[in-house]
Design a protein around this ligand. Structure first.
Ligand code: NAD
Ligand code: SER
Length: 318
């Protein structure tokens, strides 16, 4: 990666990945893009920023051409819960956007990183330690776009030689930007509520396991995979990666170690609960470990300590 363009750069991942890549590759070599120009955003104000709607192929193409881009990190998407509210829009943004990015990459000879998700699996996938290669029959529009996206990226590599790569992220936990409407969002909101109100009402039920990861590990995955020796990559576009698997009561118990008064209650949202139950409890990430050295640093205890410390500072809570 020498000249990088990031789509959806104002989102949960993009807002941190932009800053991370600017540090590693130089401010002048990372072009962040999004659909709006928010005030006070470091993504917009501390480097190069362009307006790009990924549903408009010409907007992607002109930014890639203008900045002589060699790598596109494609993050613009609609997530699982918002996708279920408007499945047509989710299809158009997720599939239309990816198709446009791949076409521009084919024409302008760029590499492409696209995240897939645990949502690419469904109720008849193996539930625990879901293997790298397993049945994929997801029941959400988000999941349908993620499986289709994995296939489309494989196709562009095989048919046109585009250097496409990607991971299946689990739920991502971070303190910089709030998540954009997913099923795993409870595992971020709980930290804010624990600090502000010392209680949290979870929309996901007790006993519901999902894979999760702290943002620093998610950022490292992009760099490690994109810098990996391509001859070692057998599963280029859909590497299972994970850092931890837990249910709501486990994160609550970990928070209680830092905030003993913290109380958890449940008001389960049937839509997001059904989505969560259709996903794996945990993934087998051995292919990523073997093929490009995936090795996450944070577990539930170390993530919780860091999240609470960073959020205390951000929210100015003693
Ligand atoms: P997000 O919702 O926080 O950010 C996505 C960004 O894309 C938003 O800023 C949104 O405004 C923008 N966007 C939407 N439509 C657009 C369009 N037409 N043109 C340009 N921008 C548009 O999402 P995120 O969490 O940063 O996720 C990024 C990618 O990672 C997505 O593909 C998502 O499926 C994947 N992923 C995320 C998680 C997670 O827990 N955050 C887990 C698995 C996979
Ligand atoms: N965090 C994402 C979601 O819940 C998983 O892809 O939608």
């Amino acid at each position: 990666m020498k000249k990088i363009l990031i789509t959806g750069a104002l989102g949960q991942i993009g807002s941190e990945l932009t800053v991370h890549l600017r540090k590693l590759y130089g401010v002048e070599n990372v072009v962040a893009t999004g659909r709006r120009i928010p005030k006070g955003s470091s993504v917009v104000e501390d480097g190069i920023y362009e307006l790009v709607d990924v549903e408009q192929a010409n907007e992607i193409a002109s930014a890639v051409k203008k900045h002589k881009i060699d790598t596109i990190i494609h993050l613009a998407a609609m997530l699982s819960a918002t996708g279920e509210k408007d499945p047509v829009k989710a299809w158009n943004v997720n599939m239309g956007g990816l198709f446009n990015v791949l076409e521009v990459a084919r024409e302008m000879k760029c590499a492409v990183f696209t995240p897939s998700s645990i949502a690419a699996f469904g109720p008849n996938s193996q539930k625990v330690k879901t293997p790298q290669d397993d049945i994929q029959r997801p029941t959400t529009m988000y999941g349908v776009t993620k499986v289709s996206g994995e296939l489309l990226c494989d196709y562009y590599h095989k048919r046109f030689g585009v250097d496409t790569r990607g991971v299946r992220y689990p739920g991502l936990i971070s303190y910089e930007t709030l998540p954009g409407g997913g099923t795993t969002d409870y595992a971020v909101h709980i930290y804010y509520e624990a600090l502000k109100n010392k209680k949290y009402n979870s929309f996901i039920a007790e006993g519901t396991y999902m894979d999760m990861m702290y943002m620093p590990d998610a950022l490292e995955a992009v760099v490690k995979l994109m810098e990996a020796d391509p001859s070692k990559l057998k599963h280029r576009n859909a590497f299972n990666i994970t850092a931890m698997s837990f249910a709501p009561e486990h994160i609550a118990a970990e928070i209680k170690k830092h905030i003993p008064e913290f109380e958890m209650s449940y008001d389960v949202d049937p839509v997001r609960q059904a989505i969560a139950e259709s996903w794996p409890d945990s993934l087998d990430d051995s292919a990523a470990r073997e093929e490009w050295g995936w090795d996450p640093k944070y577990d539930l205890a170390s993530m919780t300590a860091d999240m609470l410390a960073k959020l205390r500072e951000k929210l100015n809570i003693k």
